[in-house]
Design a binder for this molecule. Structure first.
Ligand SMILES: [Zn+2]
Length: 309
């Protein structure tokens, strides 16, 4: 079976501005990086349904985003939701494709039509909580995907593993009182958004693995081998959702971790090995951050190569 790569050109329409780090060219770089990898199949990402969004977000929140989205008329101003997070014409379609890709990926993996899947979509999602857009994120695709697996496929236990350089505060907040979802995040500390301390444990289902600025391969691999992966094993998930941010790469301008392409291949192989032995290989991965275009292409290629093998 193949690794699905899900994308839609609507993801290029979200435009936070020329000086913003989260540019449309990010997904173009990722697609260039993963485009020729054997044993992959590219499919268009569908839009998420309102019912899927409601699995992780308050209906009033989504309604407010719909009302705030600028029109497509020339000169329409983009709307600032916070100092970093914007709505432009096309943002709604873009983020709907991200959540839709994640839910479709779940459906394909559970129907045994794909080995696993990678959603090459934007804007990212892991900072968005049930009622707040922040940190470039509008909808929390990983949270929607985990809840969709539970609602549509009867899954009880889902692990969300987040190796973006920033703490996935939105995902943590959504699941802080949900023992059936395990959330593990490795991230740089101190760094935006300022959360992700080891003492933040939810109802025993949250594991934060902060790394100091300058940490690289050995610290990252020790954190996951020593704490993250054993916690996955103890929890025993039926599905793993990866929040795949590539901004802990040494080239990234927003973080000060020193990961190499090979580290993304390593963590992905570790996750897939566990999944193959324990949960039918069911893994879906969602693009989160990553702001150096060259590193995005090479690190996402290492990630997808490991998904296919
Ligand atoms: Zn990030």
């Amino acid at each position: 079976m193949k690794t699905l790569i899900l994308h839609h050109d609507d993801c290029l329409k979200h435009d936070p501005g020329r000086r913003h780090a989260e540019v449309p060219a990010r997904v173009t770089a990722v697609l260039n990086g993963v485009g020729d990898i054997p044993h992959t199949e590219m499919l268009p990402a569908p839009r998420a349904t309102p019912e899927q969004l409601r699995l992780a977000h308050a209906p009033e929140y989504w309604q407010r985003l719909l009302e705030l989205e600028p029109t497509r008329e020339p000169g329409a101003e983009r709307v600032a939701l916070d100092p970093d997070t914007f709505l432009s014409a096309g943002s709604i379609d873009a983020t709907l494709r991200g959540s839709g890709a994640a839910c479709f990926a779940i459906d394909q993996v559970f129907a045994a039509k794909a080995k696993n899947a990678f959603c090459a979509t934007r804007p990212p999602g892991h900072h968005a909580d049930a009622t707040i857009a922040m940190g470039f994120c509008l909808l929390n695709h990983a949270a929607i995907a985990a809840r969709h697996a539970q609602a549509a496929h009867g899954v009880e236990r889902v692990a969300i593993l987040d190796f973006d350089v920033h703490h996935g505060n939105g995902t943590q907040a959504i699941f802080a009182a949900s023992p059936e979802v395990l959330f593990i995040s490795s991230h740089q500390m101190p760094l935006y958004p300022g959360t992700g301390y080891p003492a933040e444990t939810g109802c025993g289902n949250i594991l934060n693995l902060p790394l100091p600025p300058g940490a690289g391969s050995s610290e990252f691999r020790s954190a996951w081998s020593g704490y993250g992966l054993p916690a996955v094993e103890r929890f025993g998930p039926e599905l793993i959702v990866i929040s795949a941010g590539f901004d802990a790469h040494e080239r990234d301008p927003l973080g000060q971790l020193e990961l190499q392409d090979e580290d993304y291949g390593w963590i992905t192989t570790e996750i897939c090995s566990y999944a193959a032995a324990n949960c039918g290989g069911r893994v879906i991965s969602i693009l989160e951050g990553g702001y150096d275009l060259e590193a995005l292409a090479s690190a996402s290629a290492a990630h997808v190569c490991a998904l296919t093998s």
